[in-house]
Write a protein that binds this ligand. Structure first.
Ligand code: BT5
Length: 317
């Protein structure tokens, strides 16, 4: 039977689930759980779980593989913005590795105070506290977090995620995840806020986002377990931070460049007051985008919003 058939069978079996699965079936169900199907084993029986049911801190802690990220984990029913709560926790003395996760955000934010749609039951809205050795080298942290997320979700079958500069995760050209990096009030910590769409159907997004946003469920055409994805994403981010601490940002940025769909694309960069068109030639180790605009030297863009263009446009060539 296919995973989908097993899932339907578990679903139909309700709370009874499947007891005493033979080793072959047990192996198949474990593989499904590893691929983030919403299935659980309680030591005796396998059952399907509702992918929209509330996230539980104990359940998450039972499966968490990370060694320092998400320790401690603060799992809230509701927050205005997990970035705001995390910054407050830093002010109250919480250490690096602390993660604040909320089932729903009432005032989720993107960059430049834009809104982030964060309803209950369908997403992972969380903020992680980091304390880099120095804030001087901090800018690539948002890129590092996006590499960790992108590589983690690419392991879910059917999810062909890529990065869009600076730190969006796209699937099929649509945004699945955004990262908001902010300095914390202690002057030495960073708060990285992550919004990852997991369980939305197209009609769950507000009208304005329907053609630009996507969820993991939409990408792979089946329910996805938020707890499993959260575990994978935290480990993915932790791996990248550990690697950067051991080897510097170089190797992480090499991985960034292999995942980044912006490199080689024709783009429009929205700068304050004017738009610049060009071809994205690369991303530097400090996170800046190199843009060929027709002049002699490529221009290094440190921050900005970009649009991938289908065709060359503007002043180049
Ligand atoms: C981002 O900003 O992409 C960063 C988003 C960070 C959200 C997390 S959630 C946890 C933490 N707490 C917070 O308050 N924030 C962080 P930006 O690049 O500015 O993109 C914002 C734009 O993305 C909006 O203007 C919308 O067009 C679009 N958008 C809003 N909600 C979306 C969603 N759920 N999925 C896809 N696109 C969305």
């Amino acid at each position: 039977m296919e995973p989908r058939d097993w899932y339907n069978r578990l679903h139909d079996a309700g709370e009874q689930g499947i007891e005493n699965a033979d080793p072959a079936l047990d192996g198949e169900l474990r593989a499904m759980r590893d691929a983030a199907w919403p299935v659980r084993f309680d030591g005796r029986r396998w059952s399907a779980v509702d992918p929209r049911r509330r996230l539980h801190s104990q359940e998450i802690e039972n499966v968490l593989h990370s060694s320092w990220l998400g320790r401690p984990l603060l799992c809230l029913n509701e927050a205005d913005s997990t970035n705001r709560v995390a910054k407050e926790k830093v002010r109250d003395g919480c250490g690096p590795g602390t993660v604040v996760l909320a089932e729903v955000q009432t005032a989720g934010r993107g960059r430049l105070e834009r809104q982030w749609d964060s309803p209950a039951g369908v997403g992972l809205w969380f903020s992680a506290v980091f304390r880099p050795p120095s804030l001087q080298g901090a800018p690539p942290y948002a890129l590092l977090v996006s590499v960790g997320i992108c590589s983690a979700i690419r392991k879910v079958p059917g999810v062909s995620a890529v990065l869009k500069w600076p730190n969006d995760v796209l699937i099929d050209g649509r945004k699945a995840c955004g990262v908001l990096l902010e300095a914390a009030p202690d002057g030495r910590s960073l708060v990285a806020g992550v919004g990852l769409n997991v369980g939305q159907r197209k009609e769950d997004f507000p009208e304005a986002l329907r053609s630009t946003a996507i969820s993991l469920q939409m990408a792979c055409g089946r329910p996805v377990d938020r707890t499993a994805v959260f575990d994978a994403v935290l480990s993915g981010i932790e791996d990248q931070v550990d690697r950067a601490m051991r080897e510097g940002f170089g190797p992480v940025m090499d991985e960034y460049r292999t995942l980044c769909s912006t490199i080689g694309a024709w783009v429009k960069v929205e700068m304050t007051g004017r738009d610049v068109y060009g071809r994205a030639a690369g991303v530097m180790d400090n996170g800046a985008l190199l843009l060929e605009t027709g002049g002699n030297e490529p221009q290094a863009i440190v921050a900005g919003d970009i649009t991938h263009l289908r065709h060359q446009k503007g002043p180049v060539g």
